[in-house]
Write a protein that binds this ligand. Structure first.
Ligand code: NDP
Length: 231
């Protein structure tokens, strides 16, 4: 049984992580921006109150991150899944830079994951073979950018990737792994109706990747099939 923290659990990939982690018996702390409207998540918590704790967590809010750390107390974190993310303003075309929207997207996608790790470092250090999983996107890859556009989302995920590599380097000697994951193109509100895989397939594959992760994977940008994505 692992102790797992997941962010952004109201819907989509985050909610499915909670479902699959509960099904395999893990102890889950699920952060959600608006608990009052996250009915599917709160129903899961009502069914498994010993296994699932739901916490209010807007990842950009320091007080929410501190409350999560206080709730965990001395409990170690074995797996931290930084899943919460936004696509940012649309349309995102040349000539229409939404500066405030860009900064807010950076806050959620790149800055908050670093701050979350900083806040939870004591619990990560106390974890069993602790691992940080950052939900990035292939759209953050420079090498894979063949179609342009999406300046805001792409750059926020590229920044997250840089955060991931630095975390991997800085925390390796403390035995904490950091993996940067692309979940595939997934049928969620963000992925849209034309996406290629279900949340169930995506999360099962990512959990399999995380289960077999070793020091050789530290700082890798990993596709849904386990292959390495170019930065
Ligand atoms: P969704 O848009 O379906 O869900 C996003 C989740 O993040 C929601 O739970 C949302 O909460 C939460 N969230 C947004 N902002 C915050 C915040 N400030 N604090 C806390 N929670 C927040 O996205 P997906 O499930 O599809 O995506 C999950 C992750 O996977 C994201 O990081 C995304 O970038 C990444 N990804 C997704 C792909 C896809 O094809 N779907 C492809 C590549 C990467 P709320 O309900 O309150 O808005």
């Amino acid at each position: 049984m692992k102790t797992v923290v997941v962010t952004g659990c109201s819907r989509g990939i985050g909610l499915e992580f909670v479902r699959q982690l509960l099904a395999r018996g893990d102890r889950v702390f699920a952060g959600v921006r608006k608990p009052e409207t996250a009915s599917e998540l709160t129903a899961l918590a009502a069914a498994e109150p010993e296994q699932l704790t739901v916490l209010p967590l807007d990842v950009t809010q320091a007080a929410h991150r501190a409350n999560l750390a206080a709730t965990l107390g001395d409990r170690g974190i074995d797996l931290l899944i930084a899943n919460a993310g936004v696509y940012g303003p649309v349309p995102d075309r040349l000539g229409q830079t939404d500066e405030d929207g860009w900064l807010e997207t950076f806050r959620v996608n790149a800055i908050a994951p670093r701050q979350l790790v900083e806040t939870l470092l004591p619990q990560l250090r106390a974890g069993n073979r602790p691992c940080i999983a950052l939900l990035s996107s292939k759209m953050g890859s420079m090498g894979d950018n063949g179609s342009g556009g999406a300046y805001i989302y792409r750059s926020s995920k590229a920044a997250l990737n840089a955060v991931g590599v630095s975390l991997a380097r800085d925390l390796a000697d403390q035995g904490i792994l950091t993996l940067v994951l692309h979940p595939g193109w997934v049928l969620t509100d963000m992925g849209g109706p034309n996406a290629e895989i279900t949340v169930s397939e995506s999360v099962a594959q990512m959990l399999a990747t995380l289960d077999r992760a070793s020091s050789a994977d530290n700082g890798r940008f990993i596709d849904i099939d386990g292959s390495t994505i170019p930065w």
